[in-house]
Design a protein around this ligand. Structure first.
Ligand code: NDP
Length: 452
């Protein structure tokens, strides 16, 4: 029997979540179309995680060169070409875009280039062409959001533009203190820009463990970033030489670039959600149940457009579970507990599980083990920076329920910790593991005495 629809699945958005869903569904034999109005690859590949991490790598060499002096190297006359870095980064992103196109092609999915608008429970319009499908998956991601502050939207760049600047700013003001703000502050500071980090909380990274927040505030200051806490911006004015940024206490900062890193909003404009009866929440996110199903039964949504946990691997996992459920005969949805994440600031931050206040409210009594030490490399490099590690253990069950780290390679170390936490490892399991010596990671298996 032939289907009444053009496709079994239409995916709107060829980012991480959409491409995963599309190609897994196609692999199961479904007839799939993926609609994309911009470059396949989406936020993560084109203007997020990947180019950002390449710039983080680039910036990290400056610190390495400083550290090298303590080991006898004389690296005089170190110079950097921003233009060369951006060109190399662009070339790599072009290559990855090609891989994303091929992933879809090789899986047998059809890429339709243009912006999709949902016109009914089973129909999508792209330009003047209408397509139908049994199911539609919205995977349109998000975009940088800015608060309504006089002059901010007109004068500030976001992470989108920060990755493509023709020249590196000498002095940049970054507004916000979330993931993006800290990562870009580290990038620009690493390359030698003067960086002001202006944020409204008393410490950066609201929502992270407070010890982590205190430690990173110190580390960023040590790395030369000017932390301006507890302040908001009242106005941004362009001048002949750059910008005047007026803070709420009347202080004026004069950077030559202003970057807003003040959160992201779901991409729902022009999607026709209202017409299709798809409900959104007060933040504009598409509302879905645990199966990623929207208020319209044939329409689903995954990734940042649903504003659940806005991380690439989460979107990928949601897309994969959706495809398994509907096209692979494996009904499953993902779990949102113990999702590890990292901030690629310099130094790195990584966490899995609960913060101390969350642990107390969920488990009552807890033990906290922590270690603050100068990494071996810094004994010769002379860098004063310390590494911070913290384990939170539920007192009754002795389960490890939170792991936090600020220090080199925190992201790499935390991935393994996340497996242990996800498996429900106890403190005694950590204690039974022999450390790898000498490493920073071994501290996680050698902490013996809880904090009083
Ligand atoms: P975050 O939510 O992490 O941080 C937003 C920042 O903007 C906070 O410091 C917040 O302050 C501030 N802010 C928000 N609204 C205002 C306002 N009206 N006035 C002043 N300050 C404001 O968002 P990001 O933009 O950094 O990143 C978006 C998301 O993308 C992240 O949450 C994360 O999910 C994802 N991401 C993940 C990365 C990774 O895994 N490494 C990297 C980059 C992004 P306050 O804390 O006071 O609310």
């Amino acid at each position: 029997m032939t289907s009444q629809f053009d496709f079994d699945l239409i995916v709107i958005g060829a980012g991480s979540g959409g491409v995963r869903a599309g190609r897994i569904a196609a692999g199961y034999g479904a007839r799939v179309a993926v609609i994309e109005g911009d470059r396949p690859g989406g936020t993560c590949v084109i203007r997020g995680c990947v180019p950002k991490k390449l710039l983080v790598y680039g910036a990290s060499f400056a610190g390495e060169a400083e550290d090298a002096a303590g080991f006898g190297w004389q690296l005089d006359g170190l110079r950097h070409s921003w233009a060369q870095l951006i060109a190399a980064k662009d070339k790599e992103i072009d290559r990855l875009e090609g891989i994303y196109r091929n992933l879809l092609k090789n899986a047998g999915a059809t890429l339709i280039e243009g912006w999709g608008k949902i016109t009914g429970p089973h129909s999508v319009l792209v330009g003047t062409d209408s397509y139908t499908a049994e199911r539609i998956l919205i995977a349109t991601g998000g975009h940088p959001a800015m608060p309504a502050i006089p002059g901010l939207a007109e004068n500030a760049i976001t992470s989108n533009e920060a990755l493509d600047l023709k020249q590196r700013p000498n002095h940049i003001l970054v507004y916000g203190s979330g993931y993006i703000a800290l990562e870009f502050a580290g990038i620009f500071a690493g390359f030698g820009s003067q960086v002001d980090l202006v944020y409204r909380a008393d410490l950066p990274l609201r929502g992270f463990d407070d010890d982590v927040r205190r430690h990173i505030a110190e580390a960023l200051t040590d790395r030369g970033i000017n932390l301006v806490s507890g302040r908001t911006i009242s106005e941004v004015k362009q001048t002949d030489t750059g910008y005047e940024v007026v803070l709420d206490n009347g202080r004026v900062l004069t950077p030559d670039k202003v970057m807003a890193a003040t959160g992201r909003s779901p991409n729902i404009e022009g999607l026709g959600l209202q017409e299709a009866g798809i409900k959104t929440n007060e933040r504009g996110a598409v509302m879905v149940d645990e199966w990623s199903q929207t208020s319209t039964a044939s329409i689903y949504a995954v990734g940042d457009v649903t504003d659940r946990i806005n991380l690439t691997p989460v979107a990928i996992a949601e897309g994969h579970a959706f495809a398994d459920t509907h096209f692979g005969g494996i009904a499953r949805h993902i779990g949102y507990d113990n999702v590890p994440s990292a901030v690629f600031s310099q130094p790195n931050i990584a966490s899995v599980g609960l913060t101390e206040p969350q642990a107390i409210s969920e488990y009552g009594k807890i033990d906290v083990f922590e270690s603050r030490f100068r990494a071996m490399k810094n004994t010769l490099s002379g860098r004063p920076e310390k590494t911070y590690m913290k384990l939170i253990v539920a007192k009754d069950s002795q389960k490890v329920i939170g792991v936090h780290m600020v220090g080199p390679d925190a992201a790499e170390i935390m991935q393994g910790m996340a497996i242990a936490v996800k498996m429900g490892a106890k403190k005694s399991d950590f204690d039974a593991v022999i450390g790898i010596h000498p490493s920073a990671a071994e501290e996680f298996v050698t902490m013996r005495t809880p904090r009083p």
